[in-house]
Design a protein around this ligand. Sequence first.
Ligand SMILES: Cc1cc2nc3c(=O)[nH]c(=O)nc-3n(C[C@H](O)[C@H](O)[C@H](O)COP(=O)(O)OP(=O)(O)OC[C@H]3O[C@@H](n4cnc5c(N)ncnc54)[C@H](O)[C@@H]3O)c2cc1C
Length: 594
Amino acid sequence: MPTYTAPLRDMRFLLHEVFAAEQTLTALKGFEEVTADVMDAVLEECAKLCQGVLFPLNQVGDQEGCTFDNGEVTTPTGFKDAYRQYAEGGWCGLTADPAYGGQGLPEALDYLVAEMVGAANLSFGLYPGLTQGTILALSAHGTDEQKKVYLPKLISGEWQGTMCLTESHAGSDLGLLRTKAAPNGDGSYAITGTKIFISAGEHDMSENHVHLVLARLPDAPEGSRGISMFLVPKFLVNADGSLGARNQAAAGSIEHKMGMKASVTCVMNFDGAKGWLVGQPHKGLAGMFTMMNKERMFVGTQGISQSELAYQSAAAYAKDRIQGRAADGPKAPDKAADPIIVHADIRNRLLTARAIIEAERALTLWAHMQVDVSHRHADKAVREKADDFAALLTPIVKSAGTDFGSEITNACLQVLGGHGYIREWGMEQLVRDVRITQIYEGTNTIQALDLIGRKLSLGGGRLFKAFVTETDQVLARLKGRNELAAFTNPFAEARDLLIDCTNWVVEHSANDPNLRGAVANEYLRLFAFTCFAWMWTLMAEQATAKKDSGDPYYDAKLQVGRYFMARVLPQIHSLDAVVRAGTAGAMDFADAAF
Ligand SMILES: Cc1cc2nc3c(=O)[nH]c(=O)nc-3n(C[C@H](O)[C@H](O)[C@H](O)COP(=O)(O)OP(=O)(O)OC[C@H]3O[C@@H](n4cnc5c(N)ncnc54)[C@H](O)[C@@H]3O)c2cc1C
């Protein structure tokens, strides 16, 4: 059986020791009260809910899945009650505006909450995750009236938010979408079309659904510049806020999937459903990106959450399962064999997982702090710089979190041998559940293209230059600190390699339109490893300062960090070589020969 204990110690180390979150956050408008104690209290409450309520439902949800009958979706046993507890605890509106009933807490804290919720129950966590994105999009682009009617109910969790983008012929290329929006003449629109793969499109845990639907107005230009965003409720809302008539927006069927079986995925039919424009006409994709950027980081978090759960479960198993003897002599001579944790391969799998997870957690937290700073800092220049960092890191957090999520859950399944493959042990569920995170919210290739294309080009390379400056400052600050050389040297080497490789890509892609596409995934991974080396350096700085405290946490932190630098980071060299191989062989291979 998988085991999960919320990694509160590691979260607190990052928040309070590595990033001095209280100092940064309390200086931001509206976060004056977000002290370290407040953050700790929120995390502890969340851990209780995750361990006590959500985690016990994870395997039940996988076994029962969601059922569909005559347009209605029933979630697995226990989900409805768990959702009620979640909503009553105020978790759906953790970051939302207190003026509409939200908790007004930072995105940084929300990330840590989302990681715990995802680890405890990935399927469950997607429901409120989508509502949060809807809240964000409506807060940024909705009219005052829309905010007044919809935000309080979304924030309280009574209503579910969804994002309706994908159509059968329009996935990565949303410019192809065909759903229509015809003006009704009274300020509303008739929305007609079919959306597929809509998460949380219909279910029994909330009273109403608020669908954010991408559609085309009659005069819309072709492609992605002709897309508008509409709010389409399942039940229309009366003037007094009560629920009115059923709208013509309904689930036609649900998908039977590889994993995340307790998270319902619907075909949604809009048959002249009443909807209202959100934001400007034809600017819907930009509006939806407010939600998608949040969801992309959220999906990266889902990947980290499954890695953590898999790591904890595999580590516990490895200490218990006995097979074979240690190469350097028996470690449990009183037993028939040693626990498998004595074997170097098992240790490598576990340490590689942990070294990546802890760096990802640090990077993802730092990126979310940048989001908070970009929203609330008093100084415009600081806000813009933080926004650039968040934009640069979003595709890395999403892709690296989920690609490693798949690799780590697989590696941890291997630790259980054949038992990992057997359902009752619960490890195969993690491998199946996490797989979708590499696909939805823009496939990881689309993320890598965003990084190597748009993000590198923006403002003449402004985002990358800011990254170089930021990391330069870290290295300059730590220069001469010999006790940190095992961290600063490999980090500096990785950073130099990334800079060279980036220059190579920019230079060579000028004459080769296929180059960026051919090397995007390897480039993103090289960037991710460099960021992880940066994060390990920051963590090592703090852990080294406390290493005489007697707390074994700091020793372990430094050991895992050194392991990362020695054993994981060298992959940057092969990644660099692959990037520099460019399009070699791929583009001149005849289509017919595939
Ligand atoms: C379980 C589940 C839940 C989902 N939830 C939602 C939801 O709530 N709302 C919603 O709107 N959608 C949702 N989706 C849809 C999801 O976002 C899409 O599946 C995803 O964006 C990919 O689109 P596609 O499946 O049409 O694949 P395609 O776009 O057809 O892509 C197929 C392959 O081609 C590659 N590819 C495509 N274009 C390019 C390119 N330009 N360059 C290089 N490679 C390219 C892709 O990376 C992929 O490997 C969900 C999907 C699933 C399976």
